[in-house]
Design a binder for this molecule. Structure first.
Ligand SMILES: O=C(O)CCC(=O)C(=O)O
Ligand SMILES: [Fe+2]
Length: 523
């Protein structure tokens, strides 16, 4: 699909350029025909005008009599053949068909449009971006100059309406109305062949969206607006009663649930996650007080010369950045090797997995042992963590597109017997995650329970233990990838498992799992 990764969008751009070429070719052919046809046409018109001045006299001349018959039989026939010539249209269609059936290409669908719409709404919700700003291309004080047209606002509103996101649907529909009014004021000529949206179309959706948001009063107000423009509009007449009655009932009832907050079934965790992503939820100065930056060598001889640059993010559970742990050429190679391999990411365990809006990214895997250039990265992973990779997974490479994100989750398996999920290698002990490109805005890794946001720093790696020393699950490690606001986000991560770490991370003598139990089953 097109809304989960940048790579596929670049392919799509290529397809669009081709389509532009095809149509240009066709239009040139048509213009040539039009030019020739006009020439012939004026010749023919000249002849008949001449005759029309005094037909009787004109046709006394036998040559002229011959000519008009000849014009019908020969010239008009020839001209019509040229005008109706279908070969250029056929070539155009054939080009399009060929593109459609090209290996690895599928035209974007309504589903893609819906996915992209939801991605945008997710960005707005997470980073609290006002629709009016986004519609003008403003994302967090940056202007990308991408003003939305009436039709774009309308379709965005409509997709969100269909997706049940009535809050943002109504806001985008209002933007559509504003633009429509501006367009009407500015001029009357709408460019031909472009979709024309009417105010009534917008109002119908807007009233319904507001109704579902529990704002029947407003729904009723906009419905009246429709009736003012089209007094016999059947839908509006029907809805009038519904909206009015509901508004009346609402006025007299105490609202139990706040529907506006309840839409899309957002959980408390979603809220915490968003707040962590947008910086509203942060570690307290007290929590940060003992966090340090330091050079570490982990007793690796080479690292005594070139130590790792560690930045502590949390002591318990242990989470830290290691800056500048992957080289430019390594990052480029990883992206080059995988950009045409990535596929839509799945969620779930070995028993049950599938696609989900919780994780909108694309990913693939690189085998650390099969790819020679990855041997060095594997060694670095061992040096940084002090752990063995004998039970480690392949390196996962992932790319996030428009509004791409990964909702809060645990990396470990909560199964009674995680060995079943992981081929007998034990649960996921440690996560090491490299940020391998520059993300312009957004796309951090958020730990909502720890009030911790790690921005994606190109070339840095973030490392954390998912399990307590006793190997019990550490429920404080819930985390996710914040939506990418501007740019594209590439990461690769390695999961270290329990097997083989007996001497590398010895178990504690006490059960320390109680520390994170209060977070278990939260939300
Ligand atoms: O994208 C991120 O920052 C987090 C990714 C993640 O948590 C995962 O892939 O398990
Ligand atoms: Fe994760």
């Amino acid at each position: 699909d097109y809304y989960t990764s940048i790579v596929s969008l670049i392919d799509l751009l290529e397809a669009e350029m081709q389509v532009i070429g095809f149509l240009e070719q066709y239009m040139e052919a048509m213009e040539e025909i039009s030019r020739k046809a006009n020439e012939t046409l004026s010749e023919l018109a000249y002849a008949s005008q001449e005759a029309d001045e005094d037909p009787e006299e004109y046709y006394e001349n036998p040559l002229n009599a011959y000519k008009i018959i000849s014009r019908f039989v020969i010239d008009w026939k020839k001209l019509n053949e040229t005008v109706f010539d279908g070969t250029h249209a056929a070539a155009y269609t054939a080009n399009l068909t060929e593109l459609d059936s090209k290996e690895g290409y599928t035209a974007p669908t309504q589903e893609d449009l819906k996915g992209a719409s939801k991605g945008l709404a997710r960005l707005q919700r997470t980073y609290q971006l006002a629709t009016i700003d986004v519609a003008e291309g403003d994302l967090k004080e940056m202007n990308y100059g991408q003003n939305f047209s009436t039709s774009e606002c309308y379709w965005l509103g409509r997709s969100l309406y269909e997706a049940g996101d009535f809050k943002y649907a109504s806001e985008w529909l209002i933007q559509a109305r504003i633009r429509l009014a501006e367009e009407l004021r500015a001029s009357n000529d709408v460019p031909e062949f472009k979709e024309i949206i009417t105010d009534v179309q917008v109002l119908e959706l807007l009233a319904a969206a507001l109704f579902y948001l529990g704002k029947s009063n407003l729904a009723s107000f906009f419905n009246d607006e429709i009736l003012a423009q089209e007094p016999t509009n059947e839908n509006a007449l029907k809805n009038q009663l519904l909206y009015l009655n509901k508004a009346h009932a609402e006025r007299n009832a105490v609202r139990v649930v706040d529907e506006a907050n309840n839409y899309l079934q957002r959980t408390e965790l979603d809220e915490l996650f968003d707040q962590t992503c947008n910086g509203d939820r942060q570690q307290t100065p007290r929590e940060k007080r003992n966090l340090r930056c330091r050079y570490v060598h982990n007793n690796v001889p080479f690292c005594r010369l070139a130590p790792f640059k560690k930045e502590e993010l949390s002591h318990d559970p242990p989470i830290a950045y290691y800056h500048e742990t992957i080289y430019d050429n390594e990052m480029a190679r990883i992206i080059n090797a995988t950009e045409h391999m990535v596929e839509r990411s799945m969620v779930g365990d070995s028993k049950q997995s599938g696609y989900s809006e919780v994780r909108t990214s694309q990913n693939t895997w690189l085998n650390l042992t099969e790819n020679a250039f990855l041997h060095k990265i594997a060694q670095r992973l061992r040096d940084v963590t002090g752990l063995s990779l004998e039970s480690g997974e392949s390196l996962q490479v992932a790319n996030y597109g428009i509004g791409g994100h990964y909702g809060a989750h645990y990396d470990f398996s909560e199964e009674d017997d995680p060995d079943e999920d992981y081929d007998g290698q034990g649960n996921r002990l440690l996560t090491a995650l490299f940020y391998i490109n520059e993300v312009e805005l957004g796309g951090g890794t958020a730990f909502p329970y720890l009030r911790l946001l790690a921005p994606p720093i190109r070339g840095s790696m973030i490392v954390w233990y998912n399990l307590h020393k006793s190997l019990e699950l550490d429920y404080r490690t819930k985390h996710g990838g914040c939506p990418v606001l501007v740019g594209s986000k590439w990461i690769c991560n390695e999961w270290f498992h329990i097997v083989g770490q007996e001497f590398n991370r010895p178990c504690g003598l006490e059960q320390d799992g109680y520390k994170s139990l209060p977070w278990k089953g939260l939300h």
